[in-house]
Design a protein around this ligand. Structure first.
Ligand SMILES: Nc1ncnc2c1ncn2[C@@H]1O[C@H](COP(=O)(O)OP(=O)(O)O)[C@@H](O)[C@H]1O
Ligand SMILES: [Mg+2]
Length: 270
């Protein structure tokens, strides 16, 4: 079995392979640059100097023990919380600072029960879009997540996986440049999770937004991401490229090897 080391990743033409296989970044996709990012809650130093550059259109997974600061990092990325040190910036292809359209999907779909599926997706557009146009865009987003036939349904009538697809459509309808996902598949059963992984991968390849996925599932991280980051004690303990074309087959032994390295880093054995 071949162990893909970071050195091999950089020296063996992976960049070329990656160019051929990955989706092109969407025009609105932004790169993310974190420099010495810190976040404390009182005396609790949760993030202790995160340096990270995520190129536009890349799919990054973030894993780490419960409480290590994954959700805090996403909240800061979304502007829902402020860092206590360091800096966070987004850049366009020319390296100019931009304010991208950034969206987040949580573990719970957070749908409004008194609105239809399509109306829930319209919520993602915010104010100011004419009603008929908003509805048409919502139907497009629902088609993207293969839920067109549920547009007029109430959320309560959907399965957990379908509700989470509506939540994804609500994020996609505004054509985000950056999409953050906080354990979005964590509440789903194993088979639904696998089909949602395929769906997420396809949507990302088609639409080309920059993705930051927080997950506790190492296999999911390795299956979906171009790169997996392990957070530990407020720092990046491992930044591992996953140099395989998409879509990936489950059960690839080379991916299992990378999973092992990531588990070692999470458990502090690497
Ligand atoms: N609003 C908050 N106020 C105080 N402490 C917080 C707040 N949000 C998160 N924390 C603390 O920050 C740490 C990291 O939390 P979190 O980012 O949710 O971890 P993870 O998502 O990796 O499980 C935890 O110790 C948590 O208690
Ligand atoms: Mg969390």
């Amino acid at each position: 079995m071949t162990v893909i080391t970071d050195e091999r990743f950089h020296s063996a033409g992976f960049e070329q392979e990656h160019e051929d296989n990955a989706s092109r970044p969407a025009p609105g996709a932004a790169s993310i640059r974190l420099k010495g990012l810190e976040k404390s809650f009182g005396g609790n130093r949760v993030l202790r100097g995160i340096d990270l550059f995520v190129p536009a259109g890349q799919f990054v997974a973030v894993i780490g023990k419960s409480g290590c600061g994954k959700s805090t990092l996403l909240r800061i990325l979304m502007g829902l919380d402020q860092p206590t040190g360091g800096s966070l910036g987004f850049e366009d292809a020319e390296g100019e600072a931009v304010a991208p359209n950034a969206r987040i999907v949580f573990q719970e779909p957070r749908l409004l029960p008194w609105l239809s599926v399509a109306e829930n997706v319209v919520v993602g557009l915010g104010e100011g879009v004419p009603k008929a146009e908003a509805h048409a865009q919502a139907l497009d987003a629902l088609s993207e997540v293969q839920l067109s036939e549920k547009a007029r349904e109430w959320p309560a009538r959907l399965s957990g996986g379908q509700r989470q697809r509506v939540a994804l459509a609500r994020a996609l309808v505004s054509t985000p440049g950056v999409l953050a996902l906080d354990e979005p598949l964590g509440a789903l059963d194993a088979l639904t999770r696998i089909s949602m992984q395929e769906l997420l991968n396809r949507v990302w390849r088609e639409l080309g937004f920059t993705t930051v996925l927080v997950t506790h599932d190492v296999s999911e991280a390795v299956h979906l991401a171009d790169r997996v980051i392990v957070l530990d004690e407020g720092r990046i303990a491992l930044d591992l490229p996953i140099p395989y074309p998409h879509p990936r087959r489950h059960g690839n032994p080379a991916l299992a090897e990378l999973e092992g390295r990531l588990l070692g880093a999470i458990l502090g054995k690497s």
